[in-house]
Design a protein around this ligand. Sequence first.
Ligand SMILES: [Zn+2]
Length: 365
Amino acid sequence: MYDIFQRRVILRGTVRTQTGLHIGTGRGTGMGGSDLPVIKDFNGRPFIPGSSFKGVLRSGIEAFLRSVPGTGGELACEVSGQSCVSNELKKKLMNNKDPDSELWVASCQVCRLFGSSWIASKVSVSDMSVADDFFRPEWIAVRDGVVIERETETASTAKGLKYDFEAVPAQTRFVFELLVENPEDYQLGLILLGLDFFNKGMSLLGGKTSRGLGRVEIAIDSVEEHTFDSIMKGMAPAPVQEVTTSSPSDVLPVNPEEFLLRFVVPGKTYDEHALVQALQQEGWTKDKVRGEGYANFRDLFQKMVKKGLLSFSDNRYSSVRPPEPDTPEVAGRDLPPDLQEKLITWRGALYDFLDKEIKGGSAVV
Ligand SMILES: [Zn+2]
């Protein structure tokens, strides 16, 4: 079914944590670190494993498709329950002339998109690294957890029953990239819907979600679509372009003002303490700030207000940039019209597909 290249679609953007995020490593360290560390790359920076994200995306879409009226839950099988292709059916189909096609036909919509043990996945999600160069691993917060005693359902504070866990702070941005191989438009619509579930707080990432962790917001910045024609076009000889590289020092904040401009998220307010803490974590001590010509931290903040770089009211500082929308639709960012149109087409195709299913008949295969 997948041995012919038809179309490849890549969605790119960012995942921004709205609350703390705990994606564990599945093992404690016991080396003076936290009991439950978050997963990190070799630079000590947290990342979101693509497989974790894909799993949550899949369950959201699965739950939705199982609830489509009139379909008896047949659009999506239950991973934990009975799968769309039973072992017996699998065995039977394997003896047929074209087992791949028959397995595909027998598979539910979720397995066709996300794969199963008998069918390849169309979707892959890259591991997501932190998008901001100024992120510091020290910002990973250590929180207290208390073991809940099952019998009394009360928190036990007895010695040894407390533990701590790490969480990536809110407003950390990660680089998002999702690739879909040979998708139908309605399948892309399903993926957009699954991404919306994250933005609406229905799909949560990682652990400790009962403590309010795991909310993220996804914004798509670009959509790349490759077809046979576009690849042919890309092969045509083109003038060689000079590659310019930028060294990390080009993008790191060079003074406390620049750091604060990047740190302060539009639409949020900060008290003085929060800004001081952020600066200190960045290495901007009182002395270093003085070395930049400010009397103290407050003097720095007030000078930025005077310069029109920060706003100040009710004893709180905020960005002068306009806030980003509160609950943005995945497709709602300032995309170029042609991309905007693409996303509308995919959502429309999903609507038509579901409409047909509801009105009876698995007309679309
Ligand atoms: Zn299935």
